[in-house]
Design a protein around this ligand. Structure first.
Ligand code: FAD
Ligand code: GLY
Length: 384
């Protein structure tokens, strides 16, 4: 366990939702904290995401420990959003209609029932709906419908607004943000002593938090023993434009192939592919086709909608799809990365656990299953 840090300076590598949320909480607690971001804060995966807070429907059989963390994280979101809006003056678009997951065929329905049973065993509140009940909630669902599940607590937030709000709240709380400032970890005598900036100068810190998302393994200066086993998992996405006064959809909708997320401003986000292609940022015909086709099968009325935007993002994937949280093999270096499909959902709980660890030296029981040393016997491959 790390020693408590009642005073001292913290440097955070990465200004995505994870680095910003930790930075905000530390600054609020009176810690001198600086975030180093090589681009613009909040423009990585945190900008690309769909903003679903889907601790229920996104939990897969075999992920009981992760489900406990995501449910804990989900419970923190309403108070986190309210505090963030109060601190920043920026609305973050938390919508609380819940999520509907549909099955189109009998095979889909059998798979949905399997996940439903697992999720219910984890304590997730879910309701099984027949086709008529699902259509009563979402009248634009297509003719092919073999059953559905309603998940009343799986809400959504506008992740792009969240990172803008976090940036403002962090600065208002006294944090310092360095953008367009790519840094390397500085280590001396097996201890992190700060970060080395692009111009070669050393910024000294008592603790360094690695929150560089999908790029975490590639940060220069990381000794092999502390390099997290995190890789990019590509996701292609697109947004259509609905009439905000008469939206086609109100709930977040999961179909067997894609999800659809209706925003208050009329954007309808459709995502996402899941691809092992390194940092290849190209949009592909096959990727966009699969998104549109998957969405159209569930809701044919989308075919009239204009395409507003297409984009690609990189999820920080770990070996077990769960985050790496806590002390690393290098003294003074704390990891907060590998959030994969759930980094928006897990930002408040990550900020709480990491802040507590840094200030009080505590490893909360909620963090224990996600300590980075769970992969110690399987060292990460060298970064390319
Ligand atoms: P990022 O937001 O990527 O931030 C990392 C930052 O580190 C970047 O800004 C980068 O520039 C910076 N950086 C890297 N190296 C350095 C360096 N050496 N020096 C300085 N800065 C550096 N999660 C959900 O909970 N719900 C969803 O609905 C959801 N949908 C998603 C859909 C897609 C298509 C994708 C791609 C992801 C989705 N996610 C979702 C996952 C979520 O977006 C991520 O888990 C989360 O954003 C990770 O946050 P982060 O701060 O770790 O990474
Ligand atoms: N959580 C949704 C995604 O990662 O695509």
């Amino acid at each position: 366990m790390s020693a408590p840090m009642t005073r001292g300076r913290v440097a955070i590598i990465g200004g995505g939702i994870i680095g910003l949320a930790i930075g905000w909480r530390l600054a609020q607690a009176g810690v001198a904290v600086e975030i180093f971001e090589r681009g613009e804060a909040g423009r990585g995966a945190s900008f690309a995401a769909a903003g679903m807070l889907a601790a229920g429907v996104e939990s897969e059989p075999g992920e009981a420990a992760l489900c406990a963390l995501t449910r804990h994280g989900q419970a923190l979101w309403p108070a986190f959003a309210a505090a963030l809006e109060a601190a920043s003056g920026i609305a973050v678009g938390l919508r609380e209609e819940g999520t509907i997951e549909i099955a189109l065929t009998r095979d889909d329905a059998a798979r949905l029932r399997h996940s439903f049973d697992f999720q219910r065993r984890q304590g997730v509140a879910l309701e099984w709906l027949n086709a008529a009940e699902a259509r009563a909630r979402e009248p634009q669902l297509g003719p092919q419908l073999a059953g559905a599940v309603f998940s009343p607590h799986d809400h959504q937030v506008d992740n792009r607004r969240v990172v803008i709000a976090l940036r403002a709240a962090f600065l208002a709380a006294g944090g310092r943000l360095h953008e367009r400032d790519e840094v390397a970890l500085a280590v001396e005598n097996d201890r992190a002593i700060g970060v080395r900036r692009g111009d070669g100068t050393l910024h000294e810190a008592d603790r360094v938090v690695l929150a560089a998302g999908a790029w975490s393994a590639a940060v220069a200066g990381l000794p092999a023993c502390a390099r997290p086993a995190v890789r990019p998992i590509k996701g292609q996405m697109l947004a259509l434009t609905m009439n905000p006064a008469a939206p086609l959809l109100r709930h977040v909708l999961w179909t067997p192939r894609v999800y659809l997320v209706p925003r208050g401003d009329g954007r309808l986000i459709i995502g996402a592919t899941t691809e092992e292609r390194g940092f290849d940022a190209s949009l592909t015909a096959g990727g966009i086709l699969s998104l549109l086709e998957g969405a159209w099968r569930a809701m044919p009325a989308i075919e009239e909608l204009p395409i507003a935007e297409t984009w690609v993002g990189f999820r920080p994937g770990s070996r077990d799809d769960a985050p790496l949280l806590g002390p690393s093999a290098v003294a003074g270096l704390v990891l907060a990365t590998g959030h994969h499909r759930n980094g928006i959902l897990l930002a408040p709980i990550t900020a709480e656990l990491i802040t507590r660890h840094l200030i009080e030296g505590v490893i909360d029981p909620a963090m224990a299953p996600f300590l980075p040393d769970r992969f110690a016997a399987q060292p990460a491959a060298p970064a390319a």
